[in-house]
Design a binder for this molecule. Sequence first.
Ligand SMILES: Cc1cc2nc3c(=O)[nH]c(=O)nc-3n(C[C@H](O)[C@H](O)[C@H](O)COP(=O)(O)OP(=O)(O)OC[C@H]3O[C@@H](n4cnc5c(N)ncnc54)[C@H](O)[C@@H]3O)c2cc1C
Length: 385
Amino acid sequence: MKEVNLGEHMRKYDLIIVGGGASAMAAAISAKKINAGLSVLMLEKLDVLGKKVAASGNGRCNISNLNAFGAPLVIDFLKGCNIPLRESEEGRLYPYNEDARSVVKVMTEKLCDLGIDIKPGVRVESVERKPEEDGFFVRGNGMELEAAVVIIATGGKSMANLGTTGDGYVMARSLGHRVNPLIPVLAPVEVYEDMGRLAGVRAKAKLTLFKDGRELVIENGEVQFTNKGLSGICVFNISRFLTKDADESIAEALGRYSIAVNYIPDLTLDEEELALCEEGQFGALVKEAVGAEILARSGGRAEEIPVNLRAMKFSPKRVEGWNRAQLTRGGVDLREINEETGESKLVKGLYFCGEILDRDFPCGGYNLNHAWLTGIKAGRAVAND
Ligand SMILES: Cc1cc2nc3c(=O)[nH]c(=O)nc-3n(C[C@H](O)[C@H](O)[C@H](O)COP(=O)(O)OP(=O)(O)OC[C@H]3O[C@@H](n4cnc5c(N)ncnc54)[C@H](O)[C@@H]3O)c2cc1C
């Protein structure tokens, strides 16, 4: 990647994009493809673009989902960037080589081919409207730049090591936007139960989240037990529903939830198999540590064994925070944004795209899909304006 040399003097651009992640890259590419004459600068805080994309999907990058809103547009865009796709279960899409880093590499090459100026290592500190004319001052690393249009694509607030520390929310507020409360979601859930026996075990299971004793949501998948609680995609998805009302404390709120783990959701046991279980003989039905936990919890009461096999209860204590969460809930209030373009309804020429917007989705490629989609829409709108 050839870095642009901005020098010490003020530089003017048609479009400055703050951030160099998924939505920023989609916006820049989409804008330049339509209007090659546009001067575009991308400012990224870290030394490389797309660090979160490179870490996504455990390095495989679950890039979109066939069932996601706007997926056809996103798929076209990705193919146009020379990223062929591979379909997996439940409509999940991956780059064909399942290598997240290559997605960033291919997109970076595309940005360069299109003549987009890229400046990594610049932390934008402020975006300010010009006092008496349209346009903005963008400041960071001691530089002052000018732009007719600005797209803020700084992502969320989770996993600061990937560049996302919530800077964009401060910029949005300073430009008059309402930012809804920020909450870490898609995260492991700590529980009150002793995890000594189960820690380190992975088990395919059906998880049911109850609130006030009523079934709220069901997730199937692989649960990963840790020394503090539960993790894995199915648990991340459940974490999105562990919410609190305005007038209750987090502890009070979480006290209303429980998670039941069914280790044999698709099996009906005949009488003989059930009798063996009730004697504590699980054979190859469940992993050894799970069997030991079922026995310990059942405390010698045979009738408790099938209950713990099908509905082992866990009581949420805490949803892990910003360092472990994959996503931010909350953000720039969508009522103040034209969702077709990402443009602010309050400030002409100001756009937002990606996770900074107050919209979050479950695991499965939906969040990256949202980032690409909102980036494409913003880029096209700027180019067509
Ligand atoms: C570990 C992990 C795995 C994930 N896996 C998946 C997955 O497989 N599928 C999926 O759909 N979603 C996944 N997600 C979520 C998805 O990666 C994000 O929702 C998506 O990247 C958001 O795109 P974005 O463009 O809004 O922000 P980002 O891609 O986070 O990019 C924002 C960029 O802005 C930069 N920035 C921030 N502040 C400034 C500043 N002041 N100045 C300059 N630059 C700044 C950051 O350094 C960053 O590079 C995952 C998230 C994590 C944390």
